[in-house]
Each structure stands twice: as structure tokens, then as C-alpha cells.
Design a protein around this ligand. Structure first.
Ligand SMILES: C[S@@+](CC[C@H](N)C(=O)[O-])C[C@H]1O[C@@H](n2cnc3c(N)ncnc32)[C@H](O)[C@@H]1O
Length: 218
């Protein structure tokens, strides 16, 4: 088995041993599932040199610009603590299993949103698989009948509220092996602190409620 990574614009496969060598000198590993354009993990990696950041997304083209930046020399913005992986959550490469101290899913959409928010076992299992036992997880999500009525109807999405996340959701995650420790209601201002094009579109668009759910795996 091998994991497909983006080196600049080139997709190449690396083996587990190579991945272990690349990450060995870092105290912690964070995996961001559905990373989009990779800008969120780029910023985090730049500000936290002790942690190795892995962004995972099936859409190679969206990650190319940041992959090119990561591959540059350090003085030109290059980083040795960030890597972009081409994969879906459901097909998490074996090489990424059990390595993360922290797993994040930020502002998901489509099937990933459905999998995290309903929640569906297949997607929560992907979070679990990536993590070490006792690792932290963080999900941030937003949608509402005001802005996404059609999507909610088509996908059969629950209405979001702190009651939902503290009640039914918390219990389902517990059954899947994740312990929710905190749920927060946040606003557009909070999301202005993220860098991805998608996060910025949400942050600077209509006023929204954002929910942040954090906890531990296991
Ligand atoms: C709204 S976008 C970007 C979210 C990103 N975290 C951000 O903050 O910009 C959602 C991302 O989820 C990715 N995605 C869709 N299905 C996925 C799946 N099954 N597994 C992992 N990522 C998926 C999409 O390619 C897309 O880049």
C-alpha cells in the first residue's frame, strides 16, 4: 500500500516508511479531513512548527496552489511540516491510520457534511481510524434553513442547534467511540480567522451560526 501526496503539482505515492521519516521529528500530527484548498493547514503549520499537518482531500486541483507553496524553499514560504494527501475520508490510506494526535473537519460540505453532522458511522470511523487513541477531534460546521433549505431537504439534514449537538449528536458519537467535551456556538467573526477560500466566503457572507464540536477519540 502507499499514500498519494502532492509534491508541487505532481501527485506521487510514498510508502509508510517515507511518511514516518518525514514526520519523525515532529511532536504531534494533525490530520485535516476535507481540507479543500489547504490554506487552513498551511497557516496552522506555519505558526506551529512542532506539529506536522496533513491535509486530506480527493480534489487534487484545489490543493495544487498550496502544494506548490509548501514545496518552495523556506525563505519563499516553503514548509517541512505540511503535506497534502489526495484521498477521500472513506478510503483513508492505511499509512494514515492511528497516527494523528488531532483530527479536524472544518466547514465540510456535501457527503462529508452529511457524514459528520448526521453523523454516519463510515465517516466517524474515518476520523477514528486516523487518530491515536485519546486524540482530539474538532468539527466546525454551519448551515441553516435560511441559507440552505434545499440542501437540508434533499440530504435530510437535521436542524442545527446546541441542543442537537449536546443531545442526540453527542450520544451517537459516544456510540461510535468519540466523546464530545465541548460544543460552542460561534459567529462570522470567529471564522474570519481561517484562511481557506471557502471559510472566507462563509465568514464574509451572510450572518451565520457556526457550531464547533470538540472532544476526544476513545
Ligand atoms: C467546503 S469544502 C472545503 C472545506 C475546507 N475544510 C475549508 O475550510 O476550506 C469541502 C471539501 O470536502 C471535500 N470532500 C468531499 N467529499 C469528501 C470525502 N468523501 N472525503 C474527504 N473530503 C471530501 C471536497 O473536495 C471539498 O474540498
Amino acid at each position: 500500500m502507499a499514500v498519494t501526496v502532492l509534491c508541487g503539482k505532481i501527485a506521487k505515492t510514498i510508502q509508510k516508511q517515507e511518511l514516518d521519516e518525514i514526520t519523525a521529528k515532529f511532536g504531534k500530527i494533525c490530520i485535516d479531513i476535507g481540507t479543500g484548498d489547504g490554506r487552513n493547514i498551511y497557516r496552522k503549520a506555519k505558526n506551529d512548527k512542532e506539529t506536522f499537518y496533513i491535509g486530506l482531500d480527493p480534489v487534487k486541483d484545489n490543493m495544487e496552489e498550496i502544494a506548490v507553496k509548501i514545496a518552495k524553499k523556506p525563505e519563499k514560504g516553503g514548509l517541512d511540516n505540511a503535506l497534502l494527501v489526495i484521498s477521500t475520508a472513506e478510503n483513508l490510506p492505511d499509512e494514515l491510520c492511528g497516527i494523528a494526535d488531532r483530527v479536524t473537519v472544518l466547514f465540510p460540505w456535501g457527503v462529508l457534511l452529511e457524514g459528520i453532522v448526521k453523523p454516519e458511522e463510515e465517516f466517524i470511523n474515518a476520523v477514528k481510524k486516523a487518530a491515536k487513541n485519546g486524540a482530539e477531534f474538532e468539527f466546525i460546521t454551519t448551515y441553516s434553513a435560511n441559507c440552505e433549505e434545499n440542501m437540508m431537504e434533499i440530504r435530510g439534514m437535521p436542524e442545527l442547534s446546541l441542543d442537537y449537538f449536546n443531545g442526540e449528536y453527542k450520544e451517537k458519537l459516544r456510540q461510535f467511540g468519540l466523546t464530545v467535551l465541548n460544543t460552542e456556538l460561534l459567529d462570522n467573526e470567529f471564522v474570519k480567522g481561517f484562511d481557506s477560500k471557502w471559510a472566507r466566503r462563509l465568514a464574509f457572507g451572510r450572518k451565520r451560526d457556526f457550531y464547533r464540536i470538540t472532544g476526544i477519540i476513545g
